[in-house]
Design a protein around this ligand. Structure first.
Ligand code: EPZ
Length: 423
């Protein structure tokens, strides 16, 4: 298992290029199942989860033609199995995103129920309920979702929870259904919007994207298209917080500030200086290495987009551990997304958890120690804490990090951080 060894105390300076968004690339790769014609994709991030999804799609028969870095073309003209086996799904819950496309195009699918994961039970009941509303017959047997539908029919579907992949699965299923589907209380995350933009290029008829009512008018076929994956707002947010904490001046290229309103607002509240134009975000900060009180504590409460994103919660907890006062961090999306707390406490952080709220009292400094990554964003928050901790921090099980952050030690190293990967 790889480890990261980080020497804290170095301000970050320079430029970093933000990669394509993991949470847009994953559903968009599944959209390749919806047509026999080629889907050409650009800005696909080089991540473990993307490799896992490509392996699953290849298992079904999708042809994958790679071009330059981040560029590939999918061909689903010869799908020979509509099954997503447990040993592939268990490592990545997003595999559930093949369910809607397989049902819509082939009329049947056998997808392993995704296990829970570190951050919560993460059921897929709303995905199933929506597909049943569209006429699918779905049974759960031996840990598999067995789904059949001669032809999905448009339906009015109210999702009583905002679900990102639920909205994505149902949008893809509705694209080829007979008639009109209305998704109410739909997710508005930029990655949902990016998937919709890709589907529309493929010939889908979708309105209301980015609002909580999405209307999809089914068409008989989708066709070839080219799409560049939107930039990763969570990767961008993570680097913004890193620079705000260490101090220095960092320029993010290929980043879109308008996808990060809530995060930028909170960073400004903490005292960081943020400027941006259409594709660049610059952050400048004194940072905590210049002495106590450089960063103000900022309380956050996660909620569906455009509110503060749950995928940035752990990163802001790290910031608050070295800020000037007390802050509360409230997680409303997942029931167990505080796995990073006990690891941060090993670095000396002063955090108390009460239910879904953590009370974080800022300290003048953290001390390096050995810590363990537990899930993707928790791992990122440990990297941030290590960058400002005194001395050396060793982060174990960093395969979690590799799922969602492209070449993180290279990118941080280019900004001046002392980060080393130990195989
Ligand atoms: C997506 O997960 C993201 N993953 C997550 O990012 C992100 O944290 C999450 O959305 C919230 O923004 C991908 O897009 C691949 P949900 P998803 O369905 O779709 C409950 C990361 O770090 N729920 O929006 O699985 C669920 O338990 C990952 O990149 C049901 O109860 O999340 C949760 O409490 C982590 N029934 C809430 O809704 C359902 O059928 C939101 O989950 C579906 C969801």
């Amino acid at each position: 298992m790889d480890k990261l060894v980080i020497q804290g105390g170095v301000p970050l300076n320079g430029e970093v290029r933000i990669s394509g968004a993991k949470n847009a690339a994953l559903p968009i790769l599944c959209a390749g199942l919806l047509t026999a014609e080629p889907l050409a994709l650009g800005n696909v991030p080089d991540l473990h989860d993307v490799a896992t999804m490509l392996k699953l799609l290849a298992h079904m028969g999708i042809k994958i033609e790679r071009h330059a870095a981040g560029e590939l073309t999918l061909g689903a003209d010869d799908i020979h199995t509509c099954e997503a086996p447990y040993d592939m799904v268990k490592t990545m819950r997003a595999s559930i995103l093949v369910l809607g496309p397989l049902l819509a195009r082939f009329g049947h699918a056998r997808v392993s129920l995704p296990g829970g994961c570190a951050i919560g039970s993460r059921p897929v009941d709303l995905h199933i309920k929506g597909l049943q509303a569209m006429g699918a017959e779905i049974r759960i047997e031996h840990g598999y979702i067995e789904a059949k539908a001669s032809k999905l029919k448009g339906a009015r579907i109210f999702m009583d929870l905002v679900t990102v992949t639920g909205t994505e699965n149902l949008m893809m299923a509705a694209a080829l259904a007979d008639g009109v589907t209305v998704l109410e209380n739909a997710a508005k995350e930029p990655e949902v919007v990016d998937l919709a933009e890709c589907l529309i290029k493929m010939g889908a008829k979708i309105e209301g994207v980015g609002t909580d009512v999405i209307t999809v008018t089914g068409v008989p076929h989708l066709h070839a298209a080219q799409h560049d994956v939107v930039c990763d707002r969570i990767e961008a947010g993570t680097y913004l917080v890193a620079a705000a904490m260490t101090g220095g001046k960092v320029k993010l290229n290929n980043a879109r500030a308008e996808l990060l309103d809530a995060v930028i607002d909170k960073l400004r509240e903490s005292g960081a200086k943020i400027e941006h134009d259409k594709t660049i975000i610059t952050v400048e900060s004194r940072g905590v290495l210049q002495g106590p009180g450089a960063l103000k504590s900022v309380s956050i409460r996660t909620a569906p987009h455009p509110a503060f994103p749950t995928d940035m919660q752990a990163q802001f907890m790290a910031l608050n551990t070295v800020a000037d006062a007390v802050a509360t961090v409230t997680e409303t999306i997942f029931e167990n997304r505080f796995m990073h707390v006990q690891e941060m406490q090993r670095l000396g952080a002063n955090i108390e958890v009460e239910g879904n709220t953590a009370i974080v009292r800022g300290r003048e400094f953290l001390e390096g120690a050995t810590v363990m990554a537990t899930d993707l964003r928790a791992s990122a928050s440990l990297v941030l804490a290590a960058l400002v901790a005194r001395g050396e921090t060793v982060i174990e099980r960093i395969y979690h990090l590799d799922r969602g952050y492209e070449h993180i030690e290279d990118k941080l190293g280019k900004l001046g951080a002392k980060v080393q990967r130990i195989k």
